[in-house]
Design a protein around this ligand. Structure first.
Ligand SMILES: NC(=O)c1ccc[n+]([C@@H]2O[C@H](COP(=O)([O-])OP(=O)(O)OC[C@H]3O[C@@H](n4cnc5c(N)ncnc54)[C@H](OP(=O)(O)O)[C@@H]3O)[C@@H](O)[C@H]2O)c1
Length: 326
């Protein structure tokens, strides 16, 4: 899937074939008192997930970039809950991810559900604050650092006998299938590309993210017993703001197509809430959903050797950026 038109054709095809295989979690299923972190919660899928989790009784921490003061109020209003708090983060800056870790430590003693949703499709190649390819930084590196912080700080506590496993849900994409294999020697290196090749690099970053999800699941659940449920999914094509950076000429074509054929954020949120709230998803780990169907992620993403290589290569990349390192 290398072009925008190819992606649109595939998205429309997916939409037409959609047959829910997993039952959505009924609205009556409550998560009262559970603390839920949602990244990128001011827009599209993240906002719909935040509203749903808050409406079910969760305390929702919305980790968003600055400039969205209204989003928290909207989530409160639409969920009917006041247990909603906005936290600021730029996931393209590792120092900001660490500051979010500090803020979370002050805001809550634990996190029960972490929805790592934030994502983007930039107009052209861009770099993160630390010089990594931007989508690699936001879709993978920031999540790796954030999860490590939540574990180190004791906010994500692996379950022991009798306690419920916390959940980590990574919002990925089917574009990870068919992406070129991860180049571990040049992991995260900035590559120059134009909008035309953006989807290829988007798929690449999502393959890295899916590989991370599988490796994290193995590492946190070494005995096969679920101590932290780690899942990933592709929500399907969503009528969201993801194409906001599309070239001006394309936008008048894209907007009506997305409106007519893509899922509403609320509908696209159903598999996310399934992974966050269903009893079944809390007892397992390493699930991958494509909309409401369970699938295997691409073989490259499930391969434990790739997972181990990604872990050690990214550890080396992160070393110079640890807090306190000049
Ligand atoms: N839309 C689709 O068809 C589709 C299909 C498959 C998968 N997905 C995935 O679904 C997820 C949600 O996307 P969406 O469709 O809901 O798009 P969206 O409406 O554009 O929402 C993306 C969210 O991510 C946030 N974000 C981006 N860069 C960030 C950064 N550096 N720091 C903090 N937050 C950042 C955005 O914040 P700002 O508003 O401040 O930019 C926004 O809140 C993404 O991971 C995307 O890859 C989308």
């Amino acid at each position: 899937m290398k072009s925008i038109t190819g992606a649109l054709r595939a998205a429309i095809g997916q939409r037409a074939k959609e047959r829910p295989a997993i039952e959505p979690v009924p609205k009556s299923q409550r998560i009262d008192g559970k603390v839920c972190l949602v990244t990128g919660a001011n827009s599209g899928l993240g906002k719909a997930v935040a509203i749903d989790l808050a409406a079910r009784g969760g305390r929702v921490l919305m980790a968003c970039r600055g400039g969205h003061p209204e989003a928290g109020e909207e989530v409160k209003h639409r969920s009917g809950s006041s247990a909603v708090q906005m936290l600021k983060v730029d996931l393209a800056d590792l120092a900001s991810v660490h500051r979010l870790g500090d803020e979370l430590r002050a805001a809550t003693p634990r996190i029960d559900i972490a929805v790592l949703n934030a994502g983007l499709m930039p107009r052209q190649a861009s770099q993160s604050r630390q010089g990594f390819e931007l989508m690699f930084a936001v879709h993978f590196l920031a999540n790796r650092v954030l999860v490590a912080r939540l574990l180190e700080d004791g906010l994500l506590q692996p379950a022991d006998a009798g306690s419920e496993a916390p959940r980590i849900v990574l919002v990925s994409s089917e574009t990870h299938r068919g992406a070129e294999p991860i180049d571990f020697d040049r992991l995260g290196a900035f590559v120059n590309y134009s909008f035309k090749d953006g989807l290829k690099h988007y798929g690449q970053s999502k393959l890295t993210q899916c590989t991370f999800a599988q490796e994290l699941s193995r590492r946190l659940n070494p005995t096969g017993e679920t101590r932290v449920a780690v899942h990933a999914l592709c929500p399907g094509p969503i009528n969201s703001n993801i194409a906001r950076e599309a070239p001006l000429l394309l936008r008048p074509v894209l907007a009506p197509i997305m409106k007519a054929f893509f899922l509403s954020p609320a509908k696209a949120a159903l598999p996310v809430t399934y992974l966050c709230c269903s009893d079944a998803a809390g007892e397992r780990t390493g699930l991958y959903l494509h909309m409401m169907r369970e699938k295997s992620p691409a073989p490259e993403a499930s391969d434990p050797q790739n997972g181990a290589k990604l872990w050690s290569a990214s550890e080396a990349l992160l070393r110079p950026h640890a807090p306190g390192t000049s």
